[in-house]
Design a protein around this ligand. Structure first.
Ligand code: ADP
Ligand code: ZN
Length: 723
């Protein structure tokens, strides 16, 4: 049980304008306030900063924050100052005079938070350290703590000295924070920092608000332009593999009228800084970057990350997509996937003279490709990869939002199996597919061109064949073995198919479900107007716009339409200082808009400050959220309308409607038998008890077309509830 300190909560509300702690924050803060050490592993955007900023405001002395990212320090300090908090930073980017003045105010005990680069910390033969000892230091926070460890991917020698900290200040609590640390690194960090007794807090790495989508890499430029046009004015990062393609893409997009700049290691430092600043300040909205971009960026309103090429491994993918949506607002991660990229990256993965390393790199690449090709929930796959459990569906990745249909794939399977047989089980996926498609490439051996199977699958695209064969492998009709150059071979199930004794059922996607609107609708025009107002203020104060207010705050304003300053106080992100500074200006914007459009306030509908948080909290209290759209479905259903009719009436898919009803079954407000016939319930339960919880798709296949996914899910939901 966590004991919430009222002090911490009050500080959260009055200084930062937030209503509630996110999961884990309160316990971490409590630990630190009680003088204990803490190790915090939380994903980007999880809310690590508040874990030391709030104790800093409650403790009597100063909190010293060690951070390696110089660019971020200024941002953090600006943001704190905006909330009226006395903070400053010391690093090499400051003029000497400014450094002196920071030290002077530190000595006078005026600072609540001091951000410092590690090299400054130990500079001057330990003079700074000695000075600190004369002062009232309440807490040390080590940001990006994985930099301490040589096992981490980002070891920094300057961080090495931090191991002395605990010896020099045995009585000052230390909180170490990072978003990336595997087990080994974590242990190493604790050891290096002398934090063996620290409480360890590990959060879920699920980034709820990021929606993952993988699309075939075909006409990717046109698809990208479509996407960008539909998201005009939003901020995003496009990642490419090479500098050359970053340049080319940036140029092309500029010609097509987008505000975009490139960022990669081939540019001079000045140009890079310039482009990064333009992006930080919302003066351009797209950056085309190679992986060189991102470490030093804290921008919270990045709405999309697009991978034009395949990342090398899932670690990079997670980290890069993680730069979207730090403010908790819905964001997209879009990846263009084509098999050609796998081939290209394979060549890069070869590490000269190090077969072991090569093997690891290739395996990771294979896992990245699997992620793109699977037809199970991407979020689950990603989290499982990092060792975290997750339910079978997330309802917000492309796989979960796609409806599948089965078809008789016996002939296709026979073609694939006989190709493998004719090639004497000695070739890999790519060769087999080229062979099936009758490729004219020199790669295909002359003797193979004579075979009857050569070219029998020319009518199907390469990507489609790749997927089909992977499906055949996962269904056990084929085997794939060998790490570096995997070869396709037949299995014990192949013969029956080849002889025509066994039919093969395959799946194909039919259409993408519409994403259910989870949030209340907001006034788009007002949102844009508020953004301009924010921009004006940001330019006047020479800080990035997201530091004035996050997108999340503006969205709340445009959703709930507060018409008094008191209402404004209830909007997430309005602490007392920001309220008195900017309350009037934003209020006027909202009031004018509402008058012009004859709208009244919707503050009455505001339960808590943010949708995603509402959900989490109510789940914790055992009472999930019921939103208006679900309620409407229930109302129609209770009037006696069948599912299909409700779907038609509401212009939603039947599976969405079934999803709504399942929700009510889950919370016990609707009987399962109202939705699914008794006969079907029994059959589904029967299958489940016989097979255990097999994948939904497999279950659906067994049950046949008369059973919908929605019905199956409803039965499972009720079983869960009963358990
Ligand atoms: P991290 O350092 O873990 O990447 P941040 O500390 O930058 O994440 O927090 C991400 C965003 O979430 C920031 O805009 C922050 O103000 C906001 N935030 C953090 N905690 C809360 C909370 N309890 N309620 C609302 N917003 C929060
Ligand atoms: Zn999913």
């Amino acid at each position: 049980m966590s004991t919430k300190s009222p002090d911490a909560l009050t500080v959260l509300k009055t200084r930062f304008g937030y209503d509630a702690f996110r999961h884990g924050q309160d316990e971490i803060i409590q630990t630190v306030l009680e003088g204990g050490d803490a190790f915090v592993l939380m994903p980007t955007g999880g809310g690590k900063s508040l874990c030391y900023q709030i104790p800093a405001l409650i403790f009597p002395g100063v909190t010293v924050v060690v951070s390696p990212l110089i660019a971020l320090m200024k941002d953090q300090v600006d943001a704190l100052r905006m909330n009226g908090i006395a903070a400053a930073y010391l690093n090499s980017s400051l003029e000497y005079a400014d450094q002196d003045s920071v030290v002077a105010s530190l000595r006078r005990g005026e600072l609540k938070l001091l951000y410092i680069a590690p090299e400054k910390f130990f500079a001057g033969g330990g003079m700074f350290l000695e000075m600190l000892k004369q002062m009232d230091v309440s807490l040390f926070a080590i940001d990006e703590a994985h930099c301490v460890s040589q096992w981490g991917h980002d070891f920094r020698p300057e961080y090495f000295h931090l191991s002395r900290l605990k010896q020099e200040f045995p009585d000052v609590p230390v909180i170490a924070l990072t978003a990336t640390a595997d087990h080994v690194t974590q242990k190493d960090v604790l050891e290096k920092l002398g934090l063996e007794d620290a409480r360890v807090f590990v959060s879920s790495f699920n980034r709820e608000n990021i929606h993952y989508t993988v699309v075939p890499k075909k006409n990717s430029y046109e698809r990208l332009v479509d996407y960008l046009s539909a998201h005009k004015g939003e901020m995003g990062i496009l990642y490419t593999l090479s500098r050359k393609s970053a340049e080319a893409l940036s140029e092309k997009l500029s010609m097509d009228g987008f505000l975009v700049k490139p960022y990669h290691a081939g540019l001079s430092k000045e140009v890079k800084d310039k482009h990064q600043e333009l992006f930080q300040k919302d003066e351009i909205n797209i950056i085309v970057a190679t992986i060189a971009f991102g470490m030093g960026i804290n921008k919270s309103n990045v709405r999309f990350v697009v991978h034009m090429d395949l990342p090398k491994n899932l670690e990079s993918y997670y980290q890069e997509t993680g730069r979207a949506g730090r403010d908790g607002v819905r964001s997209d991660a879009l990846l263009f996937y084509g098999n050609g990229d796998v081939m290209k990256l394979k060549r890069f993965a070869e590490v000269d003279g190090n077969p072991e390393q090569t093997r690891i790199m290739l395996r990771k690449l294979g896992q990245m490709a699997d992620f793109c090709e699977i037809r199970t929930c991407r979020r689950k796959h990603l989290l499982n990869y990092f060792g975290e459990e997750f339910p079978d569906t997330c309802e917000s990745c492309d796989v979960c939002l796609t409806e599948y249909e089965t078809f008789d794939g016996t002939v296709l399977a026979q073609k694939a199996l006989s190709a493998v047989l004719r090639l004497e089980e000695r070739f890999g996926l790519s060769y087999v597919v080229d062979f099936l498609r009758g490729s004219k490439s020199e790669k295909i051996r002359a003797e193979h061109r004579e075979l009857k199977t050569y070219g029998v699958g020319a009518d199907i695209s390469k990507t489609e064949w790749m997927r089909l064969i992977k499906d055949l492998v996962s269904m056990g009709y084929l085997r794939q073995s060998g790490d570096q150059y995997p070869v396709l071979t037949l299995s014990h199930k192949s013969a029956a198919v080849l002889r025509g004794e066994e039919a093969v059922t395959l799946v194909q996607s039919v259409h993408v479900k519409e994403v259910e609107a989870k949030e209340l609708p907001y006034e788009e025009e007002l949102f844009e107007a508020l953004k301009s107002l924010r921009m004006e203020i940001a330019q006047k104060e020479k800080i990035p716009a997201y530091i004035v207010f996050s997108d999340a705050t503006l969205l709340e304003l445009a959703t709930y339409l507060p018409l008094t300053l008191d209402d404004m106080r209830r909007i997430s992100g309005f602490g007392e200082v920001k309220l008195s500074r900017y309350g009037e200006a934003f209020l006027e914007g909202v009031v004018t808009y509402c008058e012009e459009h004859q709208l009244s306030s919707k503050m009455g509908e505001k339960v808590s400050s943010r949708k995603t948080r509402v959900k989490k909290e109510s789940v914790e209290k055992g009472k999930p959220e019921v939103n208006a759209t679900k309620q409407e479905t229930l109302r129609l259903f209770l009037e006696g309308k069948p599912v299909a009719q409700i779907a038609a009436l509401r212009n939603l898919t039947t599976s969405t409607i079934e999803g709504h009803l399942t929700f009510f079954i889950g919370i016990g407000e609707l009987a399962l038998s109202d939705m699914v016939s008794q006969e079907k319930i029994e059959r589904i339960r029967g299958e489940l008890s016989e097979n255990g919880f097999i994948p939904l798709r497999a279950l659906k296949e067994t049950l046949g077309d008369a059973y919908s996914y929605g019905e199956i899910r409803a039965v499972i939901e009720e079983m869960r509830r009963n358990r």
